[in-house]
Design a protein around this ligand. Sequence first.
Ligand code: NAD
Ligand code: ZN
Ligand code: ZN
Length: 346
Amino acid sequence: MRGLVYHGKGDIRCEQVPDPTLETADGAIVRVVKTAICGSDLHLYHGDLPVPSGFTMGHEFVGEVTETGSGVSGFRTGDRVIVSGVIGCGACARCRAGQVIRCERHETRVFGMSPELHGGQAEAVAVPGADHAMTRIPDGVSDEQAVLLTDILPTGYYGARRAEIEPGDTVVVIGAGPVGIQALLCAQLFGPARIFQVDRVPERLALVEKLGAIPLHADQADEALVEATDGQGADTVIEAVGSDATIHKALVYARSGGTVSVVGVNTSPALPFPMGLALMKNLTFRTGLVPVQELWPNLVPLVASGRLTPEIVFNHHVGLSDGAEAYRRFNDREDGILKVLLDPLA
Ligand code: NAD
Ligand code: ZN
Ligand code: ZN
């Protein structure tokens, strides 16, 4: 079969790879129907993660079950499934409850990122611990929507839920990339009076305005937010960028007693953190990786019923055979590419 394979910094190739095989009784093989490129895949593309050459990329994919191990009880051949981008051991109590990030055996892994867990930017994937890594795609949810349920819609929801938005609140979302946009859609579920969204990219700001946010260019955001909140700050801030500077801004934009919910990834061992500011404002600060499976019971029905339309982020559709070029163009943000959907059959 074909897959998008990592060969070192900036070198992704579409090439033949071995077909996946069932390695454990709790596993399943999934034929991929749709897959996407994530901003997080660019960390590999930039050579920031220690993955071996010859590794298949991708943690956002959905498909059809073609084979199950003898220990799989919840799925059978022919089921259309969403596969979580992040999985745990699949056996401990926390994994069974969907809290894979807190796996008791410390086996939290990401497809196409954790060495040896080959990813889904391919024609097929081996999914270990299938009963706790997958859920069925119900009627009313398209493959395109389902792909977003593997990672970034749950991430946006996680950020919004942990921001503790109350009806009538003023919310700021920092970042209007694919994750920031999902955070906006999810923040709207909690009934805020207004959501300001900060970015630097004009097309992204225009899109979030269409979706109901008040767009703010990063260069004007400080002043605009002081004015809009009479100097009080926002009730809650969701950070969806991950830079030192934007995490700092999130703390600045929050009001006294407010909440800051960071979903942007920042792995700094020594983030410059304005402790005095957080202390004097009595802030609540939250961050974390998304427990995808735990959030499906909330999110799948919201998508199926049409309350959430996460698929608006896809503005670039290509075949797997053009995947290498898609990585390059996505990385360079050519033609305003926001999110790439890949068709494994093309
Ligand atoms: P992205 O790079 O497409 O979007 C980031 C946006 O932030 C861009 O539009 C950029 O213009 C904007 N930005 C950059 N600097 C800014 C500044 N100073 N002020 C305002 N805006 C600024 O990335 P994405 O795919 O949307 O992902 C966002 C983050 O979410 C990444 O760090 C990604 O790794 C992370 N992520 C986290 C989880 C999780 O589990 N916590 C899961 C998936 C992704
Ligand atoms: Zn992702
Ligand atoms: Zn576990």
